[in-house]
Write a protein that binds this ligand. Structure first.
Ligand code: CA
Length: 236
């Protein structure tokens, strides 16, 4: 018997019940979420080993669940969706899903895909704390789960794009991230090659975060290369 925790995110009761029973009979511990918000909340408290995710959820698109989960966890995600377009698959995989199965699917194939994903997932990352929920440096605090940013406990209001840029740099703090790496993570693989839009966003971010945008203390420019965010104080 295995002891893997599966988080099943599916709003159709029939599918949910069927998959729960089948997975339980194989020794998996199964938790169910029927909305994206419930899923993200359960994902932080249960530390699931793997996520099975339907894309069509009542409160948010499953793509958003993938993107948000990926800001703090690298556990495998298998998308199980009725969407059959190649473009949907590519978008889900680019956003950070590990595998994609279209409905209707065979239960043995799903079981095989789960075993494969678990085998390929990094065993050292089995506990929830490998990717931190928080980033802290010089009074700046980012809560990757709540998607909030504060400086000296005062909230900072960023647009969704600005938040994605800052969160990506914070998750990679201390390292230089190239312009194209940031563009890819924020706008996806179809991002324009011109980084003007990134520079415009960064100017706005600095106005909101830095006391003196000309002499930043949080996000540094490596001229001609990219950006580097100051080290997370918890990891130094
Ligand atoms: Ca659905």
């Amino acid at each position: 018997m295995n002891k893997f925790n599966v988080l099943l995110i599916e709003d159709e009761k029939n599918i949910c019940n069927f998959l729960s029973k089948t997975l339980s009979s194989q020794g998996y511990r199964v938790s169910c979420a029927s909305t994206g918000n419930e899923a993200l909340s359960l994902a932080t408290s249960l530390c699931p080993d793997i996520l099975l995710l339907d894309l069509g959820l009542p409160d948010m698109d499953g793509m958003e669940v993938i993107q948000r989960f990926r800001t703090w966890s690298n556990r495998p995600i298998i998308v199980v969706s009725a969407r059959t377009l190649e473009n949907d698959k590519v978008r889900a995989l680019d956003a950070g899903a590990d595998d994609y199965l279209t409905k209707p699917f065979g239960i043995y194939e799903l079981m095989a895909r789960i075993r494969t994903s678990l085998r390929h997932s990094n065993p050292s990352a089995t506990n929830c704390n490998t990717l931190p929920h928080l980033y802290r440096a010089k009074g700046l605090e980012i809560d990757f789960f709540k998607r909030t940013i504060t400086i000296d406990r005062q909230p900072v209001h960023l647009t969704p794009i600005e938040y994605k840029i800052v969160a990506f740099l914070a998750q990679n703090s201390g390292k230089v991230m190239t312009y194209s790496a940031v563009m890819n993570s924020v706008w996806g693989p179809y991002a324009e090659s011109d980084n003007k839009i990134l520079r415009v966003n960064m100017a706005n971010i600095r106005r909101k975060l830095e006391k003196n945008p000309a002499e930043p203390i949080y996000i540094f420019t490596e001229v001609g290369v990219g950006y580097r965010m100051t080290d997370d104080e918890d990891t130094i």
